[in-house]
Design a protein around this ligand. Structure first.
Ligand SMILES: [Zn+2]
Length: 212
């Protein structure tokens, strides 16, 4: 592995027939997302993000959810804008919506998003605003508690087949702001590499390395 310059990254993107980016929390660091302490009301955030916690403590879960909704008011940084500018198909683990805010048209959000709440009974989507006006948002049709459209622990990731398809087409893979420690996400770049794609990894300062 060697270090590449922003110029080289730009060149690689320009000469690539189908570049695909896989992004994680690191790309949004320069957008100063409000940080959450590791605990919320004394409860570890990891605990809150479990499916069972949502089912057993929906009020507390929604209090937490209203906190992370503040991420929606952050602005994209140069890394998001560069991926958008070059029309790079992006598979993201982030739920902050900053790729779309930067203008990216092709974004696959495998961990969901902060735009919708979902009724799991009726499969109806609601605007997140409902979580602001109601302490515990309920489905208008069936009365069930709505679930934020984000992927919790013990839930399958979303749009997996679509994400695989993108990586099978890719001849250049940009890994941005993710250490790829979780399965099955870490299998995605491998799919492209097996068919000969090049890979560039940008784990820190992506707002500087992807600024062109
Ligand atoms: Zn319903």
């Amino acid at each position: 592995m060697r270090t590449v310059t922003p110029q080289e990254i730009k060149q690689a993107i320009k000469t690539s027939a189908y570049p695909v980016a896989l992004t994680g929390a690191g790309i949004s660091v320069a957008s100063s997302l409000p940080t959450l302490n590791k605990k919320f009301h004394g409860i570890p955030i990891e605990t809150i993000l479990h499916r069972s916690f949502f089912e057993e403590h929906p009020y507390t879960f929604y209090e937490f959810y209203r906190e992370i909704l503040r991420w929606k008011y952050c602005d994209p940084n140069p890394a998001h804008y560069t991926l958008a500018k070059y029309g790079i198909s992006t598979v993201t683990q982030n739920i902050d919506g900053l790729h779309q805010k930067a203008g990216s048209q092709k974004v696959i959000e495998i961990h969901g998003n902060l735009r919708h709440l979902r009724c799991e009974q009726c499969c109806i989507l609601y605007n997140t605003q409902l979580a602001k006006s109601q302490t515990l948002p309920l489905c208008h049709a069936c009365g069930s508690i709505l679930k934020p459209d984000i992927v919790l622990y013990n839930e399958p990731i979303q749009h997996w087949k679509k994400a695989v398809k993108e990586f099978l087409k890719a001849d250049l893979v940009l890994i941005v702001g993710t250490s790829l420690q979780s399965s099955p996400i870490n299998a995605l770049p491998q799919l492209a590499l097996e068919s000969g794609a090049a890979q560039i990894t940008i784990n820190v300062h992506s707002d500087q390395f992807l600024h062109f």
